[in-house]
Design a protein around this ligand. Structure first.
Ligand SMILES: *[C@@H]1O[C@H](CO)[C@@H](O)[C@H](O)[C@H]1NC(C)=O
Ligand SMILES: *[C@@H]1O[C@H](CO)[C@@H](O)[C@H](O)[C@H]1NC(C)=O
Ligand SMILES: *[C@@H]1O[C@H](CO)[C@@H](O)[C@H](O)[C@H]1NC(C)=O
Ligand SMILES: *[C@@H]1O[C@H](CO)[C@@H](O)[C@H](O)[C@H]1NC(C)=O
Length: 447
């Protein structure tokens, strides 16, 4: 999903987001009748979130240094709609303390607008959502977990605009020094009830090239903590050698809402199989590895002139409307197995075709991935056409019906004000299963 560029200094790698661009190709129009229904349900649910967050956020929703919760009694009452009524109960009384770090660790980076919108922006979104959440406590002595808000993905290169993450380790390590000297919560648990977000390619390894990431491993100072990371595989991997929760990449709910509201695609999924993004004709050997393990190259060579496939290599800002027009959306690995396409396909109703062996997908308790997607082994990518034809002729409508359940889309999007079932809520829910790590909880239950 991302292409690193080697800089002269060892750690100075830049990440290039793979970008998309687009237009038409094959023609298939299956599931047409469900489409309108889907679009409106989705549009309605999203509008509802925004309307709801607007109600709570009568004050601008900023991350302020004064860590005062922004809800008053009155606005709280508004939260009591069925969706969040049992918010706290369903989360087992979970309480999280959010450290108030100096602004250089987080909010200073927001001066660049991209920081809160790009595909690594869950580090910002989760922080915002926690500040606004009713699981947040201002009393660290009653907290089950401690959230350490350090934004490491917003140092955009002035040269090429890609985020440089070479400073990530030192920034986080200095934040830990600070909190462990000021308070005793880190030392008493060695950080095991502390939470960090690592939302770029190889998560807690903080490098964009897999071989370097693997060689560096998870920094010593994070090995006992809980890491929320987009990277996840089902096999043994040095970049998940810390307690972790796999989270989805960040897609702005606002961009999805806009696409749904403004696309005039009148219900037709006229594209059979869609992909827009980097596809190299002659992939380079980058320290023994080839981009996408050459999977994208095979797709381009084999299906580049196949009328059923709509494949584009250049960037196009309106690519979400293409997803909305597509039946199948290819989600092949890039350097890392995960891809923002996984989320965009699902929320725009296009069946994700996952081509990334061993990928560990986010929130499997809320998202029945095997029922809403098609998985194709990397070695079978040359048979993609036949495989998709076969699905289209047999179980496509079953898959689409499941895919278009609004609860699934909700689980993959982060909102500034968390709503029961959304991505931040799924993280909180996963944390309730790790309460045995809570120093506070174990002390209370021993008494
Ligand atoms: C941002 O990245 C550049 C290039 O890697 C680096 O020189 C600089 O120190 C980083 N800035 C911060 C504040 O860490
Ligand atoms: C926590 O441990 C570190 C390293 O041993 C020490 O420097 C620091 O003072 C300790 N913090 C507290 C609050 O005692
Ligand atoms: C790729 O490059 C590495 C050295 O970095 C080399 O050992 C390997 O044989 C090359 N692989 C191919 C398929 O060219
Ligand atoms: C759809 O059918 C294919 C075989 O044609 C099968 O491998 C796949 O598991 C089925 N998917 C679902 C969600 O039923």
């Amino acid at each position: 999903m991302i292409e690193p560029k080697k800089q002269s200094k060892n750690r100075g790698f830049y990440v290039r987001m793979k970008l998309l661009n687009h237009n038409n190709g094959g023609s298939r129009n299956r599931g047409l009748f469900c489409y309108r229904y889907f679009k409106w349900v989705l549009w309605f649910s999203l509008s509802f979130y925004f309307f709801a967050s607007f109600l709570f956020n009568h004050k601008p929703n900023t991350i302020s240094k004064t860590t005062v919760p922004q809800y008053s009694k009155a606005s709280r009452a508004l939260i009591e709609y069925p969706e969040t009524q049992h918010h706290r109960d369903s989360l087992n009384g979970l309480k999280i303390y959010v450290y108030d770090l100096p602004s250089k660790y987080n909010i200073d980076w927001l001066s660049n607008e991209r920081c809160s919108n790009h595909l690594f922006a869950s580090e910002v979104a989760i922080h915002k959502a926690l500040l606004n959440s009713d699981v947040r406590t201002l009393n660290p002595y009653e907290a089950d977990f401690f959230f350490v808000p350090v934004y490491v993905s917003c140092n955009f290169s002035t040269v090429n605009g890609f985020p440089a993450i070479g400073h990530a380790r030192s920034l986080i390590s200095s934040a830990i020094k600070l909190i462990s000297s000021e308070f005793n919560f880190w030392n008493r648990s060695s950080g095991s009830d502390h939470i960090f977000v690592a939302s770029h390619d190889f998560g807690s390894c903080f490098h964009t090239l897999e071989d370097v990431a693997m060689a560096d491993g998870v920094p010593e100072f994070l090995r006992k903590s809980i890491i929320l990371q987009t990277f996840g595989v089902k096999y043994d991997h040095p970049c998940q050698k810390a307690e972790h929760i796999v989270i989805p990449p960040y897609i702005s709910p606002e961009s999805v809402r806009k696409t749904l509201a403004t696309s005039d695609v009148n219900g037709r999924r006229d594209i059979f199989a869609f992909f827009r993004g980097k596809m190299e004709v002659h992939p380079k050997n980058v320290s023994g590895r080839f981009y996408s393990k050459k999977v994208r190259t095979v797709i381009l060579k084999k299906y580049g002139s196949d009328r059923r496939f709509y494949l584009k290599r250049n960037r196009f800002i309106g690519y979400q409307s293409e997803i909305l027009r597509s039946t199948f959306c290819l989600c092949p690995l890039g350097w890392a197995p995960w891809s923002p396409r996984l989320v965009e396909s699902v929320v725009l109703g296009c069946v994700p075709v996952i081509i990334a062996d061993g990928i560990d997908l986010p929130f499997s308790s809320a998202v029945p991935w095997s029922e809403i997607s098609v998985t194709v082994a990397e070695k079978d990518v040359g048979k993609l056409g036949t495989i998709l034809e076969n699905v289209a002729a047999t179980n496509l409508s079953t898959i689409q019906q499941k895919l278009w359940d609004p609860r699934i889309s909700r689980a993959l999007l982060f909102h500034d004000r968390t709503v029961e079932g959304d991505a931040t809520w799924q993280v909180l829910h996963a944390l309730t299963e790790k309460l045995s790590r809570s120093h506070h909880r174990s002390r209370v239950s021993n008494e």
